[in-house]
Design a protein around this ligand. Structure first.
Ligand code: SF4
Length: 437
C-alpha cells in the first residue's frame, strides 16, 4: 500500500495548517478553537476560476465538484509561494458518507504528489473515526466544542439572515456576527458555553442583540437554499449564491449544519431498524438524537421569543421527508435534502434553490429527482435545481435563478395587491436597551 506523510503531533509547532472554508461562522469558530489549542491554522477563503482549473489538472474530471474545488484551492495556495511546503500541512473535514465523501483525503494525497507537494501531510477532522493515525485526534472535549460551534454557527446564520436584508444601518448584523464569533470562540476554548445553562444564556444574549438592530421590514422574496453540503454553504462552491440572492433583494434561509449532524446520528439507529445490528448502538444513537434535538428546540424557542422565525423541530422535518422518500436513502445528503425542502415549503419558504454539484449522483436523485413529488404536495412551490460544475458559467446559473425569482416576485406582488389580505409594513424598530453591541 502506498505510503503518504502523516501529520504528526509534533508538527503542531512547526507546520501551518491550511483549512478550506465552508460555513462562514462555524468554520471561523473551529479555526479559532484550533489556534487556541496551539495549532497554526489559516482558513482558505480564496475564490476565482483558477481554483477549479488547478483542481482539474490533478484529479480526474469526473470527480465530484466539491473535491475538485477543495483540492484545487489547496494546491493553488501551495503554489502561491505564501507557504513553505516543508512546513505546511492540510486539514479537511470529512463526513464519512458511503459515496465518494470518504475518499477525498486519498484524492488529495495523490493530487499533492502529482503537483510536486508529496511531502505535505494531510489531517482529517471527522466524527466517523476516519484517518485514525493522522496525528490529529478527535478528543471528547474537542467533539463537545465542535458540536457547540455547530449550534452557535446555526443560530448566527438564522438571526443574521433575518436581520441583514432589513437593517437600516447596513453592516450592523455582520458586525454582530463577527463580535459573537470572537466571543464564542474564547468561551468554547475555555470550556464555557458548552452545556445547557451556558448555551441558553448565550442563545438569549445573541437573539437579544439581533432583535435590537433597527430594521424596516419591507416585503421581500424569501428563498430557501438546500443542496449538497459543500455547494450549499461554500461561496466558492456556489459562486457566492447568498450574496447574489441578497443583491436581488431576497431574504435567504439556509437550513443549518445541525440538521446534517442529526441526519448522520439518526442514520445510526435507522440502519439497525432497517437492516438489523446492535440494539445497544441503536439505543445510544436514539438517546443522542433526543439530546441534540432538545437543545435545538431550546435554541429555536429562544429565537422565536425574540420575534424571529425558526424551523420546526428536526424530527418533524424528518417525518415530512418520510412522506416522499424512504429513510434508507442515505448516500450524499440522502433523505435530509428532500426533508429540508418539504420543511421549507411547510414553513412558507416556497421559493427554493437546490444547489447540486457536478458528479454527485446521490444528490441529483434526492434533490432534483424529488422536485416533482414536492410540487404535488405543495403546488405553489417554486424550486430551481442549479448545477455547479467547472464548465457552467456564473451568468448561466444566475439566469436560471433569476427566472425563479421572477415567478416569486409576481406571486409576492399578488399577495400584496389590495385585493389580497392586507400586509402591513412593519415600522422602524428602535434598538432596545438589551443590545450589547
Ligand atoms: S455527496 Fe455527492 S459531491 Fe459529495 S462526495 Fe458524495 S457524490 Fe461527491
Amino acid at each position: 500500500m502506498e505510503q503518504f506523510p502523516q501529520f504528526k503531533p509534533e508538527m503542531k509547532k512547526t507546520h501551518t495548517l491550511l483549512m478550506p472554508q465552508m460555513c462562514a461562522y462555524h468554520f471561523r469558530m473551529i479555526r479559532n478553537l484550533l489556534v487556541r489549542q496551539g495549532y497554526k491554522v489559516e482558513l482558505l477563503e480564496t475564490t476565482g476560476p483558477q481554483i477549479a482549473q488547478e483542481g482539474l489538472k490533478y484529479v480526474h474530471n469526473d470527480t465530484c465538484y466539491p473535491a475538485l474545488l477543495v483540492i484545487g484551492q489547496m494546491i493553488d495556495a501551495l503554489k502561491s509561494g505564501k507557504y513553505d511546503p516543508d512546513h505546511t500541512a492540510l486539514i479537511i473535514t470529512q463526513t464519512g458518507g458511503g459515496c465518494r465523501a470518504s475518499n477525498y483525503i486519498y484524492l488529495l494525497r495523490h493530487a499533492l504528489k502529482s503537483a510536486g507537494f508529496g511531502q505535505v501531510p494531510v489531517a482529517s477532522i471527522n466524527f466517523s473515526g476516519l484517518e485514525k493515525g493522522s496525528g490529529f485526534s478527535m478528543t471528547p472535549k474537542m467533539m463537545l466544542q465542535l458540536i457547540s460551534a455547530v449550534y452557535y454557527g446555526d443560530l448566527l446564520m438564522l438571526l443574521r439572515n433575518q436581520t441583514a436584508p432589513y437593517e437600516t444601518d447596513p453592516g450592523r448584523s455582520d458586525s454582530l456576527c463577527d463580535k459573537w464569533v470572537e466571543r464564542l470562540s474564547v468561551q468554547l476554548a475555555g470550556m464555557r458555553g458548552l452545556f445547557p445553562g451556558g448555551m441558553k444564556k448565550n442563545f438569549e444574549d445573541m437573539a437579544a442583540d439581533f432583535a435590537a438592530v433597527p430594521v424596516c421590514r419591507v416585503p421581500r422574496v424569501k428563498v430557501g437554499v438546500v443542496g449538497e453540503i459543500y455547494v450549499k454553504y461554500a461561496p466558492l462552491g456556489n459562486n457566492g449564491l447568498q450574496k447574489f440572492l441578497e443583491s436581488e433583494g431576497c431574504e435567504v434561509c439556509m437550513p443549518g449544519l445541525l440538521g446534517f449532524l442529526l441526519y448522520c446520528v439518526c442514520n445510526g439507529w435507522i440502519d439497525v431498524e432497517l437492516y438489523g445490528g446492535s440494539r445497544g448502538k441503536a439505543l445510544g444513537m436514539r438517546a443522542l438524537t433526543d439530546l441534540l434535538c432538545r437543545q435545538e428546540e431550546k435554541m429555536h424557542g429562544i429565537a422565536r421569543q425574540h420575534g424571529f422565525w425558526a424551523p420546526s423541530p428536526f424530527l418533524h422535518t424528518k417525518a415530512l421527508g418520510e412522506k416522499i422518500i424512504g429513510q434508507g436513502s442515505k448516500m450524499g445528503e440522502g433523505w435530509l435534502l428532500p426533508a429540508e425542502m418539504m420543511e421549507l415549503c411547510d414553513s412558507g419558504f416556497l421559493n427554493i434553490v437546490c444547489a447540486q454539484p457536478f458528479g454527485c449522483l446521490p444528490n441529483h436523485i434526492v434533490g432534483k429527482g424529488m422536485v416533482s413529488k414536492i410540487r404535488k404536495i405543495y403546488p405553489d412551490s417554486n424550486i430551481v435545481a442549479v448545477d455547479y460544475d467547472p464548465g457552467a458559467t456564473k451568468v448561466n446559473q444566475e439566469n436560471r435563478i433569476k427566472l425563479m425569482l421572477a415567478v416569486a416576485r409576481e406571486k409576492l406582488e399578488q399577495q400584496l395587491s389590495p385585493a389580497a389580505d392586507p400586509q402591513p409594513e412593519e415600522p422602524l424598530r428602535e434598538p432596545s436597551a438589551a443590545s450589547s453591541m
